[in-house]
Write a protein that binds this ligand. Structure first.
Ligand code: TF8
Length: 336
């Protein structure tokens, strides 16, 4: 009897041992995560959940430290530091990286996604993996698609109710030609600029307008120097949680797996926190005095129609296969 019980116990521990890597497989690691946004952004909630998960999986051996407000450089600069293996990780918008991976421009196409849910389905599925391979070839391991979200326009001049209202507006866009062309096509005086320069450019009135999710309007304090916020939802752009491939490759397979698994835990937490905060952020900026308006479905449709030239112009550069693949995937999701 007794020996059977011992054998059973041994068998269980052997099986568990196979499933759970021994803690000896983990080394003391402390990696830096560069962020352009501030510490009160939901990315921080996601990183905290990711850390709890890493602590459990690695017995507290793998630690990460967030750097905020562009302290380790802007999105593009930090990403290049990952590629050359001098910095471990960055949470960056995809948009400034199109010079490195042109296919990422797919997310910049105006009005591509209609809901967060369909964006998640596309990014967390095969299409997301397809882009991850391209990132990998560029020396970047994408641990997951976190949420930046639907982008809306704020400005100091007037409500935006139709594309014609952009005429002459000095609008900051990310360093990305699709955004540049989208807003130039609406008649705006669009200016590419790194995120870190936006606040002071708005404050000094070098520019009138910017476009970002409400959470960023709030946490980066743009609302202090803006008067109007208009719900254009003209694009959904993700955050990528990127890791330096050069550094990732020096980690043990168990460490790599822990990073991937825990980044997904962090992603889910970040997405749920940002959904809530988007609502409170909008309420907060309205309370601060910004005038809010939505765009009618008819005017949204006119904006999309007006933007077809942008799709045509950029399709080849993004990759016709990439644009077709995302549209096919979206058609399947919408047909369900
Ligand atoms: C932008 C982006 C940024 C992020 C972040 C600051 O407008 O939406 O919010 O990429 O790194 O530049």
């Amino acid at each position: 009897m007794k020996s059977t019980a011992i054998k059973a116990a041994l068998l269980v521990s052997t099986l568990l041992g196979a499933a759970t890597p021994a803690l000896a497989d983990f080394q003391d690691r402390n990696f830096r995560v560069s962020n352009g946004i501030n510490e009160d952004h939901p990315v921080n909630n996601g990183m905290k959940a990711m850390q709890v998960c890493l602590d459990e999986k690695t017995g507290g051996k793998m630690k990460m430290t967030g750097f905020w407000g562009g302290a380790l450089g802007g999105d593009l600069q930090a990403t290049q530091a990952l590629r050359s293996g001098v910095q471990e990780a960055v949470v960056t918008s995809s948009s400034p990286l199109v010079g490195i991976v042109p296919a990422l421009g797919v997310f910049d196409l105006p009005f591509l996604f209609r809901s967060n849910e369909e964006a998640y389905e596309v990014m967390d599925g095969e299409f997301g993996d397809f882009l991850n391979e391209k990132l990998d070839a560029a020396g970047l391991v994408n641990l997951g698609y976190w949420e930046n979200g639907f982008r809306n326009v704020s400005n100091s001049k007037q409500p935006i109710t139709k594309w014609e209202d952009f005429e002459g507006l000095k609008l900051r866009v990310m360093q990305n030609n699709i955004f540049l062309d989208t807003f130039s096509n609406f008649g705006a005086n669009a200016t590419p600029m790194a995120f870190g320069e936006v606040f002071s450019a708005l404050e000094t009135k070098a520019i009138d307008a910017q476009e970002n999710p409400y959470v960023t309007l709030d946490t980066s304090k743009f609302y202090e120097v803006q008067n109007y916020v208009s719900e254009t939802k003209h694009a959904y752009t993700p955050f990528l949680f990127l890791f330096s491939k050069a550094i990732f490759n020096t980690y043990a397979p168990e460490e790599q797996q822990a990073l991937r698994d825990c980044a997904a835990v962090g992603r889910d937490e970040e997405r749920s926190v940002i959904q809530e905060l988007n609502k409170t952020s909008l309420a907060k900026v309205e309370a601060a005095g910004l005038k809010f308006n939505t765009i009618t479905p008819e005017e949204q449709a006119r904006m999309l129609e007006k933007s077809q030239v942008v799709y045509e112009k950029h399709k080849a550069e993004i990759g016709a296969d990439v644009v077709d693949a995302v549209q096919k995937s979206l058609a399947e999701i919408r047909a369900k």
